[in-house]
Design a protein around this ligand. Structure first.
Ligand code: BES
Ligand code: ZN
Ligand code: ZN
Length: 499
């Protein structure tokens, strides 16, 4: 989307539509005050008569009938000033843009939401307004042959009354656009049907992204995986005719510093394998590559933001299908770090491919590793769709992620990774089993992974947050389908990284 900045005198403008943010219980100043006066106090009246209640996300359209040059004003509620946050800005801007989209208007102008006297900086307001708008307008319509000519908003303008802030606004816009492109790339990869997003096709796409964004690309094929004894990913891939791939993207912005490694689960389709899943909602398992999608989206983002860090993204990619050559319950696998695993359930495949990727990550002598995975149905039960599960072995890393979650609205909730849970994975014939029973399923999955790390590590179970299953509780900037969760969270963690 084309986004520009405009300045000057608001009453001399003839915008199609101007969005004004309104706090509850407040008098107007600045742009809001000028417009209210020019419209003979119509805005104040609407609030007085309770025709418009500016609770967060509420909107109200006012037609100006030639009283001023601007044709329409859209009021958007910001809630109470004391509760105003970055999430309020994303919620308000995305609610506004959704109602403008319904009006069929293709361009609009935003005044600075919640401007003046808030504890949130101008840059943050602009950045999060753009994020709210662009993420709300995302559509996955690659396969739609009808309804293609619905008018889409393609131009956004920011009005600032102080010309000296134009430069700062422009740079916040471009940072936000880089992040939105990363999120929407992750959403596209996750929303893509498995037949058009095979491990090979995703690896090809990752190569293009690496070339465009100045990253190093490499890929391990089955042969190399055998050399590294990656029994997890190789065995999971055996039921499929699609060869597995392990993609490695490297952003080198940190000189000789040790890298931060991101690992993402890339099951391009999870049928459960021989431990077949029920068919109801099985189509949603195309999203089982969301972790890998987020890692690829985040890598594009950090490379384009030119972060001064060395960051490596690893995406193990394979299908999990039943078939004559599929791996089976009872099989014993030898993993990348030499440990052995007895397979009890072939549907607990994510932890097997992650285990290899995490053990492989050790070669890079990382300062920290973060993995993202749609790992367990148990996480959906435990936390629902409002929080990502967080587990790990390093308090400092977990703290960074938790505060990144508060800033980006991609909130995380910690679960304990006590040794007690490891007991549940004891096997009679191998070093461990791949499942530990239903109780504490999020934790036993993470305990399993902990056998394959020897560095500061955090695990994010995004099973409940990676895509929206119903419209209940969906945020206005997360349309139905893949959310791209984790791209903004991890980017935030890395933007504020201090060694
Ligand atoms: N991909 C699933 C987890 C999942 C389920 C994500 C539902 C999102 C929504 C994973 O591979 C899986 O099937 N896990 C099993 C583990 C069990 C066999 C121990 C599960 O959660 O049932
Ligand atoms: Zn599974
Ligand atoms: Zn899975």
């Amino acid at each position: 989307m084309e986004i520009n900045v405009d300045t000057g005198k608001i009453l001399e403008k003839n915008y199609e539509l101007l969005v004004l943010g309104i706090f509850e219980e407040e008098k107007y100043h600045g742009v809001n005050g000028i417009i209210d006066k020019a419209l003979d106090k119509e805005i104040s009246q609407k609030l007085k008569t309770l025709e418009f209640n500016p609770k967060l996300r509420k909107t109200c359209l006012i037609t100006t009938y030639g009283k001023i040059g601007i044709k329409r004003i859209l009021l958007v509620g910001l809630g109470k000033r004391k509760d105003f946050s970055l999430e309020s800005i994303r919620m308000a801007s995305s609610s506004a843009i959704n109602s403008i989209q319904e009006l069929g208007i293709t361009s609009c102008t935003f005044s600075i939401l919640g401007d003046k006297a808030t504890k949130i900086s101008f840059d943050q307001i602009v950045e999060n307004t753009v994020v709210g708008c662009e993420l709300a307008l995302y559509q996955f319509n690659l396969y739609k042959t009808e309804d293609q000519n619905i008018k889409k908003i393609n131009k956004l303008l920011f009005f600032v009354d102080t010309p000296k802030s134009v430069g700062a606004v422009k740079s916040s816009i471009s940072i936000a656009q880089i992040m939105d492109n990363g999120v929407n790339l992750a959403r596209n990869l996750s929303n893509m049907p498995s037949s058009d997003a095979t491990p090979t096709q995703i690896a090809e796409k990752a190569k293009i992204i690496a070339d465009e964004s100045g990253m190093t690309f490499s890929v391990l094929n089955k042969k190399e995986m055998e050399k590294f004894s990656m029994g997890g990913i190789i065995n999971v891939s055996k039921g499929s005719s699609q060869p597995p791939k392990l993609v490695i993207l490297e952003h080198k912005g940190g000189g000789t510093a040790r890298p931060i490694v991101l690992v993402g689960k890339g099951i391009t389709f999870d049928s459960g394998g021989i431990s077949l899943k029920p068919s109801e909602k099985m189509e949603e398992m195309k999203h089982d590559k969301a972790g890998a999608a987020t890692v690829i989206g985040t890598m594009q983002t950090v490379a384009q933001l030119k972060l001064p860090l060395n960051i490596i993204g690893i995406a193990p990619l394979t299908e999990n299908l039943p078939g004559g050559s599929a791996y089976k319950p009872g099989d014993v696998l030898k993993m990348c770090n030499g440990k052995t695993v007895e397979v009890i359930n072939t549907d607990a495949e994510g932890r097997l491919i992650l285990a290899d990727a995490l053990a492989f990550a050790s070669r890079y002598k990382p300062q920290a590793v973060i993995d993202l995975a749609t790992l367990t149905g148990a996480c959906v039960i435990a936390l629902g769709s409002f929080a990502t599960g967080l587990l790990g072995n390093d308090d400092n890393l977990k703290k960074r992620i938790t505060s990144g979650g508060e800033i980006t609205g991609e909130r995380v909730w910690e679960l304990p990774l006590w040794d007690d849970y490891k007991e549940l994975l004891k096997s009679d014939i191998a070093d461990m089993k791949n499942v530990g029973g239903r109780p504490g399923g999020v934790i036993t999955a993470a305990s399993f992974l902990s056998n394959f790390v020897d560095y500061p590590w955090a695990h994010l179970d995004i099973a409940g947050t990676a895509w929206t299953q119903s419209n209940v509780g969906v945020k206005p900037y997360n349309p139905k389908g893949a959310t791209g969760v984790g791209v903004r969270l991890i980017t935030e963690v890395l933007r504020s990284w201090e060694t």
